[in-house]
Design a protein around this ligand. Sequence first.
Ligand code: AMP
Length: 436
Amino acid sequence: MKIPLMETDIQFNSLGLSDKLLQAIEEKGYKTPTPIQAQGIPAVLEGKDVMAAAQTGTGKTAGFVLPILEGLTKGDRAKANQARVLILTPTRELAAQIQDNIVDYGKHLPLSSTVVFGGVKINPQMMKLRKGVDILVATPGRLIDLHNQKAVRFNQLEVLVLDEADRMLDMGFIHDIRKILAFLPPKRQTLMFSATFSQEIRTLAKKLVQNPVEISVTPRNTTVKSVTQWICPVDKKQKSALLVRLIQENDWKKVLVFSRTKHGANRLTRYLEKKKISAAAIHGNKSQNARTKALKAFKEDEIRILVATDIAARGIDIDQLPQVINFDLPNVPEDYIHRIGRTGRAGLKGEAISLVSADEFKQLSDIEYLLNRILDRKVIDGFSPVHDVPVTRLDKRPSRAKKPKKPKKDSRQGQRSGAKGKGHNPRSGKGNTGRR
Ligand code: AMP
C-alpha cells in the first residue's frame, strides 16, 4: 500500500461516494483521503468547476476519477461514438496510468472507459469507440485524429478534465487544446489540474472554467525537501564508469537515470548491460510497446536501471523510488525539479545525484539559482575531474538558457499515429511553468 504525502482526519465515507466506490477504495488499501481528495471530491460531486494546483503523488487522480465515476452512475449511458467524460493528459504513460486507476476504482460499477494515444494503431481505438464510452482518456494529438475521422463525438459530454495542464503547455499542446475545446459543448463541468499556476495557465483557465473551486495542495518545494540532493563533479568521458561504480558500491537495486538525449539513453543502456547491470531505456523513439514493457519490468524489479529522457518520464508513478540520477543535467532548470520529484515520493526519503561535467556549468548554475542553494559536492575516488566544475555564485542571476526550438508537429510524444518523436526538448520555452 502506498502512503500519500499527507493524510487527513476525514473519512472516505463522509465525502458522498456510494458503497461500490467505497468498496473499491478499501480494496486499494486507502485508509483516508488525501487533502486533494477531501477537498476535491465533494466539489466535483456538486457539479462545480475545479482548478487545482496539485502534482503527481498527491492522490489527484483518485480526486477526480472517484467523483466522476459517482456522477456517471446517474444519467444516460453513452450512445454510439459518444464520450460522457473526456480526460486530456499530455503523455501516453500518464494516460495509461489514469485508465488503470479508472479500471481499479470503477471495478464494481457497470461503466465503460477507454484510453487513446498516439504511437499505436488507430483502428483498434476506433473500434472501441464505436459503441460509445462513459470515460475517454486521451492525449491531444490522437484525440484530434479520431475526431477528424468521426470516430468520436461529444454531444453527450458532461465533464472535461485537463490533467497536468502546465506540462501540456510546456509541450506545445496549446493549439491542440484550443482545437479540442472548439468541438466540445460549452455547457459542461470542467476540472483543471496543474502543478503550477503560471500566468499562461491562468489565461487558459479563464476560457475553460467558470467560478471554479480553487484547491492548492502543493506548497512550494514540498518535493524537494524530502530529497537529499548532491552532485558528483566528473569528466564527461568518465560518467558511465562512475555510474557503474555508484550502482555497484551502493548496491542500488532500482534507479531511474535521466539522460538529456535519446541517443545518450541508448548508449548508456548498452554500456550498463555490458557491465552486467540490467537496464532499459524509455524515450520517444521507442515504440509504445517497448516503453510499456520497460516500465513494467522496472516496476516489477526485473530490471535495475531505467534510463529515461525527460518527456518519457513525465508523470510516471513509480513506487518508492529511492534514487534518481541525472546522468546529464537538463537544459531547462525546471526539468531538474520534475526529475527529482520522481524520488522521495509519498513521504519517503529519496536521493537525487547529478553527475556534472565542466561543460554543464551553465545548467548547474541555472538549477542552483532556481533552488536558491548550492548543492553539496562529492568527488568519488578515482573520478576526480581534470576539468573543474566552477562554483555558482547565487548573488548573480544567470542569463536564461536559450529558448529551445519548437518541436516539429510529429515530434511530440503521446501524439499522432506512428509518430516517432524527433525533438529533443519539446518545451515551448514560455514562462517558468515548472517552478515550484
Ligand atoms: P496520483 O497523485 O494520483 O498520481 O497518486 C499517487 C499515488 O497515491 C498513487 O499510486 C495512488 O494509488 C496513491 N493514492 C491515492 N490516493 C490515496 C489514498 N487516499 N491513500 C493512499 N494512497 C493513495
